[in-house]
Design a protein around this ligand. Structure first.
Ligand code: TAP
Length: 476
């Protein structure tokens, strides 16, 4: 059992001021794997005070000192690889191979990228008649979701440390252990006390206390739109800055000249990855009407052979949903798709055969989906694909953009002019052509209801800075 009932405040592991605990459950076995403290408003206050006290010193550290700190973090993070892989497999149900190649790796890359950005980052810019100096924003409250425990925290933390901001982190209570390992890493890396503080607990208590605390200057949140709204409302009271990375309902536009089998593989991967619990998941597959029958057959074949199951097995590619609640949400959307008259071509209601224990969903695909159906408009956060057909490319682009979201978009095909045209026409924060590799410098964030602000690389660092223009600065 992993019983970690302390918070990390002002460079020390301290008892909570409350006595309540929260159970952490392995979603593949439904067993309790440990407890964390259910933190209180008083715990948040202590953490914010520690971060406030550390800010004057940390915000004035040199670029070189912060590069050295980030490089130390990278070294210590690499030393804890096995621990990360094991815990993310247990707390999230992530397939073990992906816990390493995706979950562990993404967190690491954000710290590496922040150190690299700092080498050339401009904190003082001479713009002719004035200079712009970028100052660290102050105490930042970071609230993260459960779907990528290292990635979601690391992108915020790396940017904050690079900028010279101090932080209070509240990770999702369903997946708290990766952040506890990070706290241990920061301590070993020589983090000055008070710069990083970790308070565990529920969103309604700890998250709410962070976003309403008067000494928090900036709240950086990743999660659902509903909670994003609450955070904005809280932040409005003290005029705090917020950045929100929310959901998506991203389109994958397949061009008429695409290799049908490879396009189908891309589409299936797009919804199976992390059991569909990905904000950038390509859940609307938009295909030419002319290739529909062939495409549907290819998807059926790929889904029938997709390795769903025990996350601990090396061959598994899709594990369970993170929780019973999330599993039930996915089931309710599959039922909605059936009720709306979409055609179920793979998967469906209930658990996959032989996987009665654990919150496993079936990899599910609907065809004959209309873009105004609920399954095509709402974020399901599960392995459910909607196939929608188009007759010409203008219609494909119109369907792709007909959503309240705008986090990501994908294009797959051959003709460079068409690929470029579609990519440039999609209204979303990140477009990927033909499965291009990720780039940790590329800004990440959403249009419309997918959020406010950008993370990753230099854009991520900018979020933790306030630009100050100085007119008439003497040349001293
Ligand atoms: P959320 O409730 O949004 O949880 C995200 C984070 O916010 C967690 O740390 C959560 O804490 C915290 N939180 C909850 N209520 C809060 C409040 N009133 N004030 C401040 N923080 C609060 O997401 P969820 O319930 O876990 O998932 C629900 C749906 O959100 C999913 O089905 C999916 O559609 C969406 N979602 C999106 C993303 C991304 S990356 N866009 C990630 C996760 C979920 P606790 O969970 O510890 O209480």
């Amino acid at each position: 059992m992993r019983n970690y009932t302390k918070h990390y405040i002002n460079g020390e592991w301290v008892e909570s001021t409350g006595t309540d605990t929260i159970d952490v459950i392995n979603p593949a076995t439904e067993e309790i794997i440990g407890q964390i403290s259910s933190g209180t408003e008083e715990d948040v206050h202590r953490a914010v005070m520690a971060a406030k006290e550390a800010f004057p010193y940390f915000s004035q550290t040199s670029r070189e000192e912060r590069i050295a700190l980030l490089n130390n973090i990278v070294k210590e993070y690499e030393n804890r690889k096995d621990d990360f892989v094991q815990i993310i497999t247990e707390e999230l149900g992530s397939p073990i191979s992906k816990s390493e190649s995706v979950q562990y790796e993404m967190g690491l890359q954000h710290f590496k990228q922040a150190a690299k950005e700092l080498e050339t980052f401009t904190f003082l810019e001479d713009r002719g008649g004035h200079v712009v100096q970028k100052d660290a924003i102050g105490v930042a409250g970071l609230i993260t979701p459960w779907n990528f425990p290292t990635n979601q925290a690391a992108t915020k933390l790396a940017s904050a440390f690079a900028a010279g901001a101090t932080v209070v982190l509240k990770p999702a209570s369903k997946t708290p252990y990766a952040a506890i390992i990070m706290a241990e890493i920061f301590e070993k890396a020589g983090m000055p006390k008070g710069v990083f503080n970790l308070v565990n607990g529920s969103g309604s208590r700890v998250g709410n206390a962070i976003s309403s605390h008067s000494d928090v200057a900036f709240v950086s949140f990743t999660g659902s739109g509903a909670v994003g709204e609450k955070i904005m409302k809280n932040a409005a009271e003290g005029i705090k800055k917020v950045s929100l990375e929310l959901g998506g309902k991203s389109p994958l536009v397949i061009l008429p000249d695409a290799n049908i089998y490879k396009a189908a593989q891309t589409a299936v991967e797009g919804v199976a990855n992390n059991a569909g619990q990905v904000c950038t998941a390509a859940t609307r597959t938009i295909i030419p009407h002319s290739i529909k029958n062939e495409f549907v057959e290819a998807v059926k074949e790929i889904v029938a052979n997709y390795p769903v199951g025990d996350p601990v097995k090396e061959s598994t590619q899709m594990g369970p949903q993170v929780s019973k609640d999330q599993w039930e949400t996915v089931q309710s959307y599959i039922q909605k798709g059936i009720d709306e008259g979409a055609t179920l071509i793979a998967g469906g209601l209930g658990k996959p055969e032989g996987l009665e224990t654990g919150y496993f969903s079936q990899l599910t695909v609907f065809s004959n989906v209309k873009n105004d159906m609920v399954i095509a408009q709402e974020e399901i956060f599960g392995p459910v694909m909607s196939i929608i057909t188009y007759d010409d490319l203008d219609e494909a682009i119109e369907i792709a953009n007909d959503t309240v979201y705008g986090l990501a978009g994908y294009v797959y095909g051959e003709e460079p002019k068409l690929l470029a045209h579609v990519a440039k026409s999609l209204k979303a924060g990140r477009i990927t052509i033909n499965n291009e590799d990720g780039d940790f410098q590329a800004p990440f964030g959403g249009f419309k209801q997918s959020g406010i602000g950008r993370e990753w690389g230099d854009y991520g660092i900018e979020e933790f800075l306030e630009p100050k223009s100085i007119l008439g600065l003497p040349n001293v």
